[in-house]
Design a protein around this ligand. Structure first.
Ligand code: GRF
Length: 199
């Protein structure tokens, strides 16, 4: 399967996918990496892997809808089977959803539906939760509301800061993402309402 990966930051989830796709048995290859901003470490990782990259910045377009259409266009040039948002910090719009809905995967550093949005790690910590984790889900029109594909739990320690907790979540998150994307690529999957069935 052909993967296009979208990043905004350090790209450690992207790196985990790049490492996994080195194995021909994995069943997927990353064909391109896109970002909403220049100069991220995630883009450096893609360049080091010799992959094509593209950047579409919201500020370069008249409005979000135009940006979203341009992003969808850039993604589709690489003919992806699956599009993986791995630390991509923008909400995708109808343009992208229309073209890739059902094949758009996101990973979120909390156990949805708890703590959606851009500060899921901070919010779980502030709430005093004892357990949080990560969620791999299909992207729908909402923010972190799509059908859940996989989840992993991560204990919150009393001395945790947002950084220490997020690092521990990311260790688990990248493993979960690599495992489930590989299975979806090799075996396919079915969507039944809010259920995503991966063999
Ligand atoms: C990940 O935890 C992702 O779920 C969240 O931000 C983090 C990005 O990490 N949105 P990276 O860019 O993959 O290192």
């Amino acid at each position: 399967a052909r993967l296009v990966v979208l990043v905004s930051g350090s790209g450690t989830n992207l790196q985990a996918l790049l490492d996994a796709t080195a194995d021909p048995e994995y069943g997927a290859v990353v064909v391109a990496v896109g970002a909403d901003r220049d100069g991220t470490v995630g883009l450096d990782r893609a360049a080091k892997a010799g992959l094509p990259t593209f950047v579409r910045r919201v500020g370069d377009f008249a409005d979000r809808a135009d940006w979203d259409l341009a992003l969808a266009e850039a993604i589709s040039e690489h003919r992806p089977d699956l599009v993986v948002c791995a630390g991509f910090m923008k909400i995708l719009g109808t343009g992208t959803l229309a073209r890739f809905g059902g094949r758009l995967i996101n990973t979120h550093p909390a156990l949805l539906p708890s703590f959606p949005g851009a500060h899921g790690v901070r919010d779980a910590l502030a709430y005093g939760a004892k357990v949080t984790g990560c969620t791999v889900h299909l992207v729908d029109h909402g923010v972190d509301t799509g059908p859940i594909i996989a989840q992993r739990a991560v204990e919150i320690h009393q001395d945790d800061t947002e950084e220490t907790l997020h690092e521990r979540i990311k260790t688990v998150e990248r493993t979960a993402l690599v495992e489930v994307v590989g299975r979806m690529a090799r075996e396919g999957y079915r969507i039944e309402g809010r259920k995503v069935l991966v063999p």
